[in-house]
Design a protein. Structure first.
Ligand SMILES: CC(C)(COP(=O)(O)OP(=O)(O)OC[C@H]1O[C@@H](n2cnc3c(N)ncnc32)[C@H](O)[C@@H]1OP(=O)(O)O)[C@@H](O)C(=O)NCCC(=O)NCCS
Length: 161
């Protein structure tokens, strides 16, 4: 089976929101995803992963100043543990490098060991917490990688890809 990554289009919003709804108790709404197409495109990069033409994953970044912020990432539960998230994150982070970001940051649930392990492979490390960040009261861990333009990050990106 062939994995294909491409930019998200407005017509992808339905399938993307359907995957998101399977993954989160407080999912992004279809409207929220759609709104991403109304903002300045230089501040966003959303991509999707297709397996044999079927949309199986998505991810998006926001660019603010010198930093890139991973806003959301998800893989269809029936297609997880096949390296799809790793491919999506690699592509998003490469985009951050190309746009001359110096840092990449994101929030993740403290208890989301799957995502934390994924991000650790890219060198993202905890720099703090946001207590009670999520509606159910769980804390968010703030992860950051600095020096995105440096050698070490390029090596990690190459190894993780
Ligand atoms: C987190 C998520 C995106 C991972 O997607 P995936 O395609 O299954 O991940 P990959 O197959 O690319 O895995 C890459 C690495 O992530 C980690 N990982 C992924 N799933 C894991 C799991 N269930 N348990 C532990 N580690 C896991 C592993 O380190 C894995 O590397 P390995 O396979 O060599 O062990 C997916 O589980 C998901 O959609 N979760 C719900 C939404 C979410 O948490 N998004 C992130 C919000 S910050």
């Amino acid at each position: 089976m062939k994995l294909h990554l491409r930019e998200m289009m407005p017509s992808d919003v339905g399938p993307v929101a359907a995957i998101e709804a399977c993954l989160n108790d407080e999912p992004w709404s279809e409207q929220l995803f759609r709104g991403e197409f109304d903002v300045d495109p230089t501040t966003r990069h959303w991509i999707v992963a297709e397996l044999d033409g079927r949309l199986v994953g998505f991810g998006g970044m926001m660019f603010v100043g010198d930093d890139a912020h991973l806003m959301n990432l998800g893989v269809d539960p029936t297609h997880q543990r096949r390296g799809i998230a790793r491919s999506l994150v690699s592509a998003l982070f490469l985009q951050a490098v190309g746009r001359r970001a110096t840092g990449i940051t994101l929030e993740v649930r403290v208890g989301n060991t799957a995502a934390r392990s994924l991000y650790a492979a890219f060198g993202l490390a905890p720099v703090g917490t946001r207590p009670g960040y999520y509606a159910d009261g769980e804390d968010a861990l703030i992860l950051w990688v600095h020096d995105v333009q440096g050698h070490e990050f390029a090596t990690r990106l190459g190894e993780a890809a």
